[in-house]
Design a binder for this molecule. Sequence first.
Ligand code: CA
Length: 621
Amino acid sequence: MRKLILPLIISLLFFGQSLDAQKNQPTIKAEPAFWWVGMPTNQLQIMLYGKDIAYSRASIDYSDVKIQKQVAGDSPNYLFIYLEIGRNVEAGMMEINLKNGKKETSILYELKNRLSSTGRNLGFNSSDVIYLLMPDRFANGNPNNDTVEGMLEAADRTIPSGRHGGDLQGVQEHLDYIKELGMTAVWLTPVFENDMKTEYHGYHGYAATDMYKVDRRFGSNEEFVSFVKACHDKGLKVIMDMIHNHIGDQHWWMKDLPFKDWVHDQSVYGNTNFRGVVGSDPYASSYDTDKLQKGWFVNEMPDLNQHNEELAFYLIQNTLWWIEYSGVDGIRMDTYVYPYPDYMARWAKTVIDAYPNFNIVGESWVETVPHEAYWQKDKEGEGDGYNSHLPSVTDFQIHFALRDGLTQNFGWDSGIMKLYYTVSQDRLYSDPKNNVIFMDNHDISRFFATVNRDMDKFKMAYAYLLTTRGIPQVYYGTELALDQTQFNGDGYKRADMLGGWPGDPRSVFTKEGRTPIENDMFDYVAKLTNWRKGSKAIHDGKMLHFLPENNIYTYFRYTENERVMIIMNANEQEVNHDLTKYIEMLDGYSKATNIMTEQQLSLDEMLKLPAKSVSIFKLNE
Ligand code: CA
């Protein structure tokens, strides 16, 4: 006779509380903790974790749900069950029975109804401007969660690379600042739990110790959902940062790996060579490819083996779970070129097939345009047949071109020629307008430092970023000309926003709290972004550019109804500029409006270009 034991409510276990239903009853953890009916994919993997659970066989009696297969881990404490969820399955609590010889137990697993997709999972595109911020460094809305008992690292703002206590509530309290700056999307560096040792410093979020849990020092899972909703209510999209290449060495898996090959063996492959270029190199050695793909990111970041099918399924499903659960609009995938390319393509295709309006940008930090273009989906031309299915890449080439363009002297292949050469290779991309473009981010020098604190050049970079093709991304603080010239290391280019912490001497979030330079920059960026919102020519218009001459680079963005002329004068002095050579683009237009000064000018006059400037004109008939 079947003995029914009080079922465990798994969803209660999910948020870190373990609950033994009875003294002798083993705790069983399930991931994901719940799922939905009517999902685009009808397969569900449930990873069950509990003492000796691998010796059990699962059975389910729930209408239109079938068990397809069960896979025991190398560790006896894992059982992976794969379910087929039929079209007509109704939401409810599903009982999973587990039988091991004469021992029987059961757990309850919730299948929820999906929320309406209206206003969620919106994707992002070239009409957006993305604001990249680090939750630990932006604002501390809740000082009570800075240090959480039982977690390894306490907050200490005096350590540049320590945890500083910023959180989701802090970001949420400053959404008006982000909106006023003209941003339309927010990309948060990862919010996953990073319960890493103090000496490692997991404030950045790239060393996940639980991929189903928001770090409690940022907030709870529920707070993340509220945060996304609050952003949507303000018309801001949310981009979630994910990492499938590696985890943190304090991840709970590391104490009891599900399979021997769950992570790559560091004693064999060592650490990665960080050379993303190897991934698309037709002559790459196995030695280099193995180092890239199987080497650990650093000693504290074990490298995941996505060729373990149970892990691959787990990771893909983790993404679908977060999209469905939180309503986020897009994903930025960290270290896209490090994992196995076939796995990343499978992941991207599954996500986009499930959420067709969604967008994904992969971090593709490589050295040249052909290397970069390799990682965007549907690339053209003769190659190895690889299709990444990745809609968007992080366009490091625009960053390099801006850096060189504004710091080198003008020459045959230097200075602003770099900007020209870079976009003139756009034929190699399948969809260059979908590239995410930036002057800096959390991994590279603040651009104000790169241009040696030259305000004119700094503004030129913004004007270029917000008018060339692509999806601009602004790194928090760079809108205020934060720099890192007096500092060294990652912790410094990720400095706190002043005013985000109680007791800060002033607040950059208010006009009164900002210095004149900060206000000048803030107003400049806000004016550009808010103008850009209404310009279809900048969003999806065509581009036509002229070979730079005399250190002046001119390009046009245009649609049938709108034409914008952008002239970059990289000279150290004012120039009187003759527009005659642009006749093919000016024909039919007699006047132009400078969108920053709102001054009108006649197109048959010489144009005065200020020293080190970018002038943006909307043409009028
Ligand atoms: Ca806090």
